[in-house]
Design a protein around this ligand. Sequence first.
Ligand SMILES: Cc1cc2nc3c(=O)[nH]c(=O)nc-3n(C[C@H](O)[C@H](O)[C@H](O)COP(=O)(O)O)c2cc1C
Length: 371
Amino acid sequence: MATNPVSAATPDIPALFTPLTIRGLTLPNRVVMSPLCMYSADDGVVSDWHVVHLGSRAMGGAGLVIAEMSAVHPNGRISVKDAGIWDDKHTEPWKRVVDYVHAHTDGKIGMQLGHAGRKGDTGESWKRGSGDETIMGYDIIAPTAIPVSERARVPREITPDEIAAVPGWYVDATKRALEADFDMLEFHCAHGYLMSSFISPLSNRRTDDYGGGLENRMRLPLEVFRAIRAVWPDERPISVRISAVDWEEGGHEIEDAVAVSRLFHEAGADLIDVSSGMVTNKRPPDSSLFQVPFAEQIRAEAGVPTMAVGNIEWAEQMNHIIESGKADLCVIGRGHMYDPYLARHAAREIGYDMPWPGQYSRGAKFRQLDR
Ligand SMILES: Cc1cc2nc3c(=O)[nH]c(=O)nc-3n(C[C@H](O)[C@H](O)[C@H](O)COP(=O)(O)O)c2cc1C
């Protein structure tokens, strides 16, 4: 069964601010910054932008910040400005980001490994459709030559020889992530990118061992997972982000997500980060906490700790998700863009006196002082 987060909560410490230990890693609280592509790297090399982007959210109290999807292969980029981890030159700049988080905050930092697959080379998100986006003409690959939408480029069907090379890309990237001293890995198997497009029957119509039933569609993601688990230290956890449902007929339903989660957990995944959709252009409801019930069901039925994400806004919501055992971690994306100090503000909202760095201790009582 999944860990019971409520057990560590006391009248003084709300569930949201209890630590969570997974393998040898202890997160100081349950607030996580979701991976957010910044489209701000230079040939995959991250910069000061990423030190501040990730460092400030860890300073802001998040127990874990997860770096954006970083490409394990240059052609696996969404845009030319994506972060990378396919080359040794990427390691040291990432280590600068990690070292900042370790030296100046109580938070931990994860690396998200990904390959954009058939959703590659569409340009920087805020320029897409404007005509100003940079299209590189990358060789984009997928399990089957089906475009993500009618207007999208048709990907090239990946060959069996190329499939055999994929675990090696991820293993090399994992070794670099370790050298950069990331505390945790997240294996990106959601949102229609390469791994996700193997898992969904909407994008995988292969007739070889890598297509067909769920066991075959999961073959490559599990081969990759096992390969990275084998080189990532035992004491450091790995989460897997999945698209629980495809929001389209013929695609995955929640029962499939439970089966997928069980397979990853059996292979050694410590957490399932439960997102949904984006395998095709069909849109999810995008209202309320529509993905949280998926995290709850996977946690209960697959017996694996989960991370809930999507539209989580308020401290009470976050605390309730943890306290009621719907998920083990609360993952917040856009909220962290709006407010780098989101975790500290959430703590105050629910009356928890979160420790501040010494340098800022006199600021901790701002707007609470007797005048
Ligand atoms: C600008 C932007 C970039 C994103 N980049 C990534 C990414 O690199 N990897 C990923 O798994 N999800 C990515 N996402 C999805 C978020 O991590 C998150 O799942 C989503 O925004 C829903 O959470 P929220 O409602 O708290 O924002 C991105 C979302 C946004 C808005």
